[in-house]
Design a protein around this ligand. Structure first.
Ligand code: NAI
Length: 344
């Protein structure tokens, strides 16, 4: 089976080559992203393998369909970059629902600690033999309240890390996880309560029409002064302009962003030496209390290996059985996991 692999980075190849060779899947690695202009590269392939910032819109889907390419194997969990409604009946969309929730949850905590203990500042200072502590005062996490939006795989690992620090947890999820709340240190609350009572807010829910700009001006208005916002989920959960205004007005104490609404043309590429056109991102990055990483939270050896293994399993299973446990489909007005022809 031949698969066109888009948006290839050097760290992708070793694990995909290994699992591909072991299972008879031949990957052709393209550096370009998948979009309307590059979809034709998939001609003659059995499927495409795409990542978070590839574009799988109606035009791309139609091109794949007309070339007889019936499968889009996403090597990520989120599928907000796929027009699922348009894909229904034309291409099958497979994904990797979980590869390492620890990778993302640990990166979230790494960003939080870096930010509130000013590690990013200290690193630069001491390299310049500046051993002054002025302006470095942080705060203890112990006893603070963290609001966790989305208590799925990553949210739950993050909660357990936060509990290790002695933090109190307020959780919000459209579908609360049974048995997670303990009535004392972990409590489910409404989103408004979470906003008003949290010292730190961490987003771990998917990007949907419902969650788009969940953190906007109105939400920030409700938050505590000095709130620390963590977003390692999807950029468009946060209205970046509203966040910037919140930082400028000192309402937001710090922000740690691994994702950004307009990241698709920027993240994963080296633009050092270029002039950044995105004023909002440039201004956010210039703030001393904002830390931006470029969609890096997933990037651990364990996650890369799991991603490659599951993607190859998805493809092999799909071409053998005509179905895959990790297929996503669009039925009944929303995108859902689809196993053995049943939607979940
Ligand atoms: P998951 O599916 O296990 O958990 C998501 C949770 O969000 C579920 O409990 C679900 O009920 C909840 N949810 C759905 N709609 C909601 C709503 N409207 N309000 C509140 N909660 C809602 O997903 P997982 O594995 O925990 O991943 C979470 C997100 O992390 C993904 O959607 C993805 O966007 C992001 N992610 C980011 C990565 C990175 O490298 N920065 C890597 C992997 C995932």
């Amino acid at each position: 089976m031949k698969i066109a692999f888009f948006d290839t980075k050097p760290y992708d190849k070793p694990s995909f080559e290994k699992f591909g060779q072991e299972n008879g899947v031949e990957f052709k690695f393209f550096e370009t992203k998948l979009n309307e202009d590059t979809a034709e590269l998939a001609h003659g392939f059995d499927g495409v393998c795409a990542f978070v910032n590839d574009t799988v819109n109606a035009d791309v889907i139609d091109q794949l369909y007309s070339m007889g390419v019936g499968v889009v194997a996403l090597r990520c969990a989120g599928f907000n970059n796929v027009d699922m409604k348009h894909a229904f009946g034309k291409v099958h969309v497979l994904r990797v629902p979980a590869y390492s929730p620890y990778a993302v949850a640990e990166h979230t905590m790494a960003m939080l600690l870096t930010s509130i203990r000013r590690i990013h500042k200290a690193y630069i200072r001491t390299r310049d033999y500046n051993f002054s502590l002025a302006g470095m005062t942080g705060f203890d996490l112990h006893g603070k309240t963290v609001g966790v939006v989305g208590t799925g795989r990553i949210g739950q690992v993050f909660i357990s890390i936060c509990r290790g620090f002695g933090m109190k947890v307020l959780a919000y999820d459209k579908f609360p996880a049974p048995g997670l709340a303990d009535g004392e240190n972990i409590r489910y609350v409404t989103l408004d309560e979470l906003f008003t009572q949290s010292d730190i807010i961490s987003l771990h829910c998917p990007l949907t029409e419902e969650t788009y700009h969940m953190i906007d001006e109105a939400a920030l208005e409700k938050c505590r002064r000095g709130v620390v916002l963590l977003n390692t989920s999807r950029g468009a959960l946060v209205d970046a302009e509203a966040l910037l205004n919140g930082i400028k007005s000192r309402k937001v104490g710090a922000a740690c962003l691994d994702v950004y609404e307009e990241e698709s043309d920027l993240f994963f590429e080296d633009y050092s030496g270029h002039i950044l056109d995105d004023d909002t991102l440039a201004r956010l990055i210039s703030m001393p209390n904002v830390i931006v990483t470029s969609h890096q939270a997933f990037l651990t050896e364990e996650a890369l290996s799991n991603i490659a293994e599951t993607t190859v399993e998805n493809l092999v299973g799909f071409f053998r059985d005509g179905r895959c446990p990790n297929e996503v489909c669009y039925r009944g007005g929303s995108a859902q996991d689809c196993r053995d022809g049943k939607c979940f």
